[in-house]
Design a binder for this molecule. Structure first.
Ligand code: PLP
Length: 388
């Protein structure tokens, strides 16, 4: 038999999604893969019920249903502070995941370097490898997850084609400040580098932190692709509706990859989601307040149990320190599997996010109903004896 692709010898299946399968098998509460167990907005569900009879049910326009793209232009333009052209600057994809892949393929050539921060969302490295690109990692140093500007500029000096930034960040919870983004933007302009932004957590921000869109910085619209989706903002991770926003010359290329990769996003779901995109500012305020509530409930509980963790500025994850519970010689992957089975709570081993040598960190998410979080905290309160 002929040798199969050498590319995917460089990555395994997703550890996050593997932990979901282990959670199901073990009957554990899944705080590993980040998705809510509460309902999407009622207006979207009601509209979906209507659409199930009215249609559309056939192939959509490849770039996304016109009314959905128009609604995206209204909603995203409002938050980004610019007028977006739904025909030339937006493409609808299968989640932000596809938007990222299309963008990486559209902007790079085999052998190109892509800068990414570590810890990083595990999709990115695999996506870079799929495009035959090389990842150049720059550490975000805990507990504040600051980066060293010198180390970052060194990465730019290596001749990178693009920098990929998750803002707000999964898994660190970092929200990049305006000044940090400006520093990165200046480097992008100086070294002629594209910015690929993953902004799926743009509306999940805590306390006094603010989300700044990279494409709103001076000189950055021309070289930035903003990838995001409805998954997190409207609690519909299973609808697989995402999008990329970019200036026309970049978008033309991204659209080509989208066209041949997936043909289009699900037409009934786009139709049902328009009502969500048209919701007023109060929706995002209530949504943010709900996440602040879940974060407080969960982190107060972790404090009471005595599990140390990093407090996120955005997104819905904490990085918890498991060193008091790790057995000698046990890897974090083994720990997470044992914990799912014995404690009944699934989380993700830190080694799937960090390039640095970390062995005692796990990622836990709190996008869950109060009762699920109380149940998880109750189970976690027995972690010491169960993992002994
Ligand atoms: C940072 C980040 N980007 C992208 C995704 C995937 O988003 P989508 O459902 O839009 O494909 C996730 C999902 O957990 C994520 O955490």
């Amino acid at each position: 038999m002929q040798e199969m692709s050498r590319r995917n010898k460089q990555f395994t299946d997703s550890v996050i999604r593997r932990m979901t399968r282990i959670a199901l098998d073990a009957g554990a509460i899944n705080l590993a893969q980040g998705f809510p167990d509460f309902d999407p907005p009622k207006a979207m569900l009601d509209r979906l019920a209507e659409v199930s009879h009215e249609g559309p049910h056939q192939y959509p326009i490849t770039m996304g249903a016109p009314n959905f793209r128009a609604a995206l232009a209204r909603k995203c333009g409002r938050f980004m502070g610019r007028t977006l052209n739904p025909d030339t600057e937006i493409v609808v994809t299968i989640g932000s995941t596809e938007a990222m892949v299309d963008t990486i393929f559209a902007l790079t050539n085999p052998g190109d370097k892509i800068i990414m921060f570590s810890p990083y969302f595990e999709n990115y490295h695999a996506q870079a490898i799929m495009a035959d690109c090389e990842a150049v990692f720059v550490p975000l140093v805990p507990p504040e997850f600051h980066f060293d500007p010198e180390v970052l500029e060194d990465a730019f000096r290596q001749g990178a084609k693009a920098i990929l930034i998750c803002n707000p960040s999964n898994p660190s919870g970092k929200v990049f400040t305006y000044d940090e983004l400006k520093l990165i933007a200046d480097l992008c302009i100086k070294y002629d580098v594209y910015a690929i932004m993953d902004e799926v957590y743009e509306h999940i921000i805590y306390d006094n932190n603010r989300h700044t869109y990279m494409n709103s910085l001076p000189g950055m619209w021309e070289r930035t692709v903003s990838c995001s989706s409805l998954s997190k903002t409207y609690s519909v991770t299973g609808w697989r509706l995402g999008y990329a926003i970019a200036p026309e010359p970049l978008m033309e290329r991204i659209k080509q990859y989208h066209d041949f990769n997936t043909v289009g996003a699900p037409s009934p779901l786009m139709e049902a989601a328009v009502v969500g995109l048209d919701m007023p500012d109060s929706y995002y305020e209530e949504f943010g307040a709900h996440y602040a509530h879940m974060k407080k409930l969960f982190t107060d509980g972790l404090k009471n149990i005595g599990i140390p963790f990093t407090d996120p500025q955005g997104a819905y994850f904490v990085l918890a320190n498991i060193s008091p519970y790790l057995k000698k010689g046990q890897s974090d992957v083994e720990f997470c599997e044992e914990m799912a089975r014995k404690v009944g709570v699934a989380c993700v081993p830190g080694t799937s996010f960090f390039r640095e040598n970390v062995s005692d960190i796990v990622r836990v998410h709190f996008a869950k109903k109060d009762e699920t979080l109380y149940d998880a905290l109750d189970r976690l309160s027995h972690i010491k004896e169960k993992m002994a």
